[in-house]
Design a binder for this molecule. Structure first.
Ligand code: ATP
Ligand code: MG
Length: 585
């Protein structure tokens, strides 16, 4: 928090979709936001219609909707009209297969436009759509498909053979498997060739008149703090996707928008598919995995104007230093945002120097369905802060004890981040876990399970997950604060901090540190880091022990699994590891 704010230029502020946050917040209403979409007759609402057909109806069918950079090096473009026809065809395929309204379609796909076609086509057909991460092993995949009663699965032949075929008999709800690369589907039993089915399908389709409250999407949480939960979202969520894309990502028609999240996570759906399309941007879809050089080339050559990424990727780019971007023409890049994990102040400042623009952190969860707190384009950025609530969203820092909830008004006090329910993308439940869902609410608030603080100007600061909070010698300590202090040392690439039981002080703080390349893991470095932390944090909050690691346990979506470090340290069961990055096992 000692970091200086990054002051925006007046002309940049004036150009933003939301030039005046206070004014926009004061005049905002969700009904007005909904009126910005078309809707269907009789108060019905369908995500796919708002994302695709609406633009064609208004004469924009020829504009680019998706630009796909395939892993084999070829590129294909889809216009809004192409997408309208393809999604109609997919909806007709589902009808032909006899899928009933509300039944579920799962996708097990990487970054391919078939994901967009399957998702939006399913929604047109009134189905429930659930994307899962393509690198899941057979077991986590089966667990999710069983919970979600998957009727149809869209995948590739290789993924099917490896992960589904061996356990097909156990997946009793699963009736149809559609392969997107179906040329050899004759060889595989029990599957169909999606391309042939699409070829034969009519390109006009009637969109099912879904009600705003009809369930549209199922997303599993990242499993950072325990077993992943199946979160349900309704068609009405599109109102929040649309407006948050407009306000928090500054999306506008014609933008080249690159969301680097995997389609298997909620970010890959809310902002990888829906929000850019409702805002009539062009989605840039890169099939290949992270590679620093290629990413720099993509930003430049594809003229990306809005880029939404995550701290893990940013840290990897930072390892290349500031000079790696020298000579890279980023003149098209207007806005950079990040989500999913705390974005350390160092990263924001690095970006301001290396990319010429700060990264705008924002905060949300699978449960909230869309961005809730953000650094908006017209706002000065306070490095390390998540920003301010979206207009129409009321946030607070609260303390709860049993049934009572106390709102903490004083600035910079740690409490739980709570939101007043009522925005359209709020989850409609955890699938088959009603009691757990009910436990998220009390006194008219939804509890996020995250700890945060709010400063005197209304900016929110992430402290940590409630489960990760450390109580040491009468202090409440968020791991993020200690990790940030360690990360501010030039030799540190990554850090994770946990509390371990201590008979005298309650919990003692232990830190795990990954060093940047070229630094020695020796006693001198250890002493230096301990001293650095003590100087920054004071002796009460500084870690008592630091150990070096080559890497740290993270979920596949890049979130630090502190619970696993703690379980291993204490010899406790490791719990659900289905979302753990494979090389951490
Ligand atoms: P699970 O609920 O299964 O433990 P998860 O909470 O990691 O998994 P997600 O819904 O994918 O699953 O992640 C949301 C969480 O990610 C938030 O509650 C918060 O802890 C963290 N997060 C998201 N954005 C930010 C951010 N900008 N800064 C800090 N933390 C963030
Ligand atoms: Mg969570």
């Amino acid at each position: 928090m000692a970091h200086e704010p990054i002051i925006k230029r007046a002309e940049d502020k004036a150009r933003a979709n939301m030039p005046d946050y206070a004014r926009a917040s004061a005049s905002f209403s969700w009904s007005a936001a909904r009126a910005g979409l078309d809707g269907l007759a009789d108060g019905c609402l369908n995500i796919a219609y708002e994302a695709v057909d609406r633009h064609v109806m208004h004469g924009h069918g020829g504009e680019r909707a998706i630009r796909w950079l395939a892993a084999d090096g070829h590129t294909s473009d889809f216009s809004y009209e192409d997408l309208r026809r393809q999604t109609n065809k997919f909806a007709n395929v589902l009808r032909r297969l006899g899928l009933a309204r509300g039944e579920s379609v799962f996708s097990l796909l990487g970054r391919t436009p078939y994901l967009h076609i399957a998702a939006l086509g399913s929604l047109k057909a009134g189905a429930l759509f659930c994307p899962v991460y393509s690198v899941f092993g057979p077991e986590p995949l089966r667990a999710r498909m069983e919970i979600g009663a998957a009727r149809v699965l869209v995948t590739t032949e290789a993924l099917y053979r490896k992960k589904v075929a061996p356990q097909r008999a156990e997946l009793r709800d699963l009736q149809h498997v559609l392969l997107i690369d179906g040329s050899s589907s004759g060889i595989v039993e029990g599957v169909q060739d999606l391309r042939a089915l699409m070829e034969a399908a009519d390109e006009e389709a009637e969109i099912v008149a879904t009600k705003p409250d009809d369930i549209a999407l199922l997303h599993f949480t990242s499993g950072t703090t325990g077993k992943p939960k199946g979160v349900m979202h309704a068609h009405e969520a599109v109102v929040a996707h649309h407006i948050t894309g407009f306000y928090a990502l500054d999306l506008r028609a014609g933008d080249v928008f690159w969301c680097t999240a995997d389609p298997g996570w909620v970010t890959g759906m809310s902002y990888g598919v829906i929000a850019p399309l409702t805002n009539r941007a062009c989605i840039l879809l890169d099939e290949a995995d992270f590679d620093a050089d290629r990413w720099r080339r993509i930003l430049q050559n594809e003229k990306v104007s809005v880029w939404y990424t995550a701290p893990t990727a940013i840290r990897m780019l930072m390892r290349g230093g500031e000079d790696a971007f020298k000579g890279c023409d980023l003149s098209a890049l207007r806005f950079i945002a990040s989500v999913g994990e705390p974005l350390h102040a160092e990263a924001v400042e690095w970006s301001a120097r290396a990319l010429g623009k700060p990264i705008h952190d924002n905060w949300w969860q699978t449960e909230t369905g869309g961005i809730m707190i953000a650094n908006f384009a017209a706002m000065d950025v306070r490095p390390g802060s998540m920003g301010k609530p979206i207009p129409g969203v009321e946030a607070a820092i609260v303390e709860r004890a049993d049934e009572t909830v106390r709102v903490i008004e004083a600035p910079m006090q740690i409490g739980e981040l709570a939101l007043r329910p009522g925005w359209p993308s709020m989850m409609r439940g955890y699938l088959h876990e009603e009691a757990r869902y009910q436990k998220c609410f009390a006194g008219g608030w939804y509890f996020s399970g995250d700890l945060a603080m709010r400063d005197g100007d209304g900016y929110y600061w992430f402290v940590g997950r409630a489960d990760d909070l450390i109580k040491s010698a009468g202090h409440l300590i968020g791991p993020f604060e200690v990790e940030s202090a360690l990360m501010s040392h030039p030799a540190v690439a990554e850090a994770a901090v946990i509390g371990l039981p201590d008979p005298v002080i309650g919990e003692s703080i232990k830190a795990y540190v990954v060093l940047k390349q070229g630094h020695q893991q020796d006693d001198a470095m250890l002493r230096e880091l301990l001293g650095h932390a003590r100087k920054r944090l004071g002796p009460a909050i500084a870690p008592k022990a630091i150990v070096f690691r080559q890497n740290l346990p993270k979920t596949r979506s890049g979130k630090m699994m502190r619970r696993l470090l703690k379980a291993r340290e204490l010899g406790l069961p490791e719990g659900d590891l289905s979302t753990l990055e494979s090389d951490e096992r």
